[in-house]
Design a protein around this ligand. Structure first.
Ligand code: CP
Length: 308
């Protein structure tokens, strides 16, 4: 069963194959209207369940559109409106959905929910974000970097701010795609040691630099994310903002990176908080390419899961 649960649990050669397939499929669409079908319809007759226990714009729309372009159909399900949100177990939900659909994409809170869904489903399961990781996003980000600047292997990425779930997937990607990563942020929000260890075990240089200006010096890619994630308590908002203010991405900070460095943010962003509008809308920013490439990368992931 080809579940797509995390970058560190998926073979690196398979991940590379998905990125290459995504680029080919993107090229093959050749500027046609978004709603037009692909030339090939590998998901014809397939039904995909998109389960959301947290809000989403990009994940929801890009998965829905991607399945339709490939000839399949989707049903978008809100966790709170399903029996899942009223006490039915994950295991039972997984077994029931597997009788109706060909693949389950789930966005949820705890990693354990994703793992249980995958354990009991008899169809492939895709991780659409948990509190611990966001692998679909980082597949799109690797694709985006390489479209603009060539191979990401050997480059140095700086993650600024909160060492959150998206940071964890960037660390997994460092190990799988062969780039180095510097984390710059306050010690209270350091990344989880497990993904740091995963990347280091694969020979990558993973460093922590508390001074943002020093961290960004000579970087090839600068990445940040919102200071308060969906799973964080809103009561921690002020404390987090105070801790993270020195890590805001500004034009002055970007000027310390290499001249052709890119800026990424998975979105949604809080302009004026983790990043200024000047950087978001500036020449180094590829934020909307990242958003578009969610579509293409996930189409490749769907095909890999279903082997079609
Ligand atoms: N980046 C991302 O996953 O966006 P959504 O929360 O809008 O899906």
């Amino acid at each position: 069963m080809n579940h797509f649960l995390d970058l560190h649990t998926t073979d690196a050669t398979e991940l590379r194959g998905m990125i290459d397939a995504a680029r080919s499929m993107k090229d093959a669409r050749n500027g046609r209207p978004r709603g037009a079908p692909d030339d090939t319809q590998p998901l014809a007759g397939r039904m995909v369940a998109l389960v959301f226990e947290k809000p989403s714009t990009r994940t929801r729309v890009s998965f829905d559109l991607g399945v339709r372009q490939m000839g399949g159909e989707t049903m978008v399900l809100s966790g709170s409106e399903m029996q899942l949100g009223h006490g039915e177990t994950i295991a039972d939900t997984a077994r029931v959905l597997s009788r109706y659909v060909d693949l389950i994409m789930i966005r949820t809170f705890e990693e354990a929910v994703l793992q249980e869904m995958a354990e009991y489903a008899s169809v492939p399961v895709i991780n659409g974000l948990t509190n611990s990781s966001h692998p679909c996003q980082i597949m799109a980000d690797v694709m985006t970097y390489e479209e603009h600047r060539g191979p990401i292997a050997g480059r140095r990425v700086v993650w600024a701010g909160d060492g959150n779930n998206v940071c964890a997937s960037f660390l997994h990607a460092a190990g799988q795609f062969g780039f180095d990563l510097t984390f710059t942020g306050p010690p209270q929000l350091d990344p989880d040691p497990a993904p740091v260890g995963f990347a280091r075990d694969r020979g990558r240089s993973i460093t922590i630099e508390r001074d943002a200006a020093r961290a960004v010096e000579g970087a090839d890619l600068v990445v940040t994310d919102t200071w308060v994630s969906m799973h964080d308590s809103q009561s921690a908002r002020e404390r987090r903002h105070n801790l993270l203010r020195p890590y805001q991405i500004t034009t002055e900070l970007m000027a310390r990176a290499t001249p052709d460095a890119l800026f990424m943010h998975c979105l949604p962003a809080h302009r004026g908080e983790e990043v200024t509008s000047e950087v978001m809308d500036g020449p180094q920013s590829v934020i909307f390419d990242e958003a578009e490439n969610r579509l293409h990368a996930q189409k490749a992931i769907l095909r890999w899961c279903l082997q079609v």
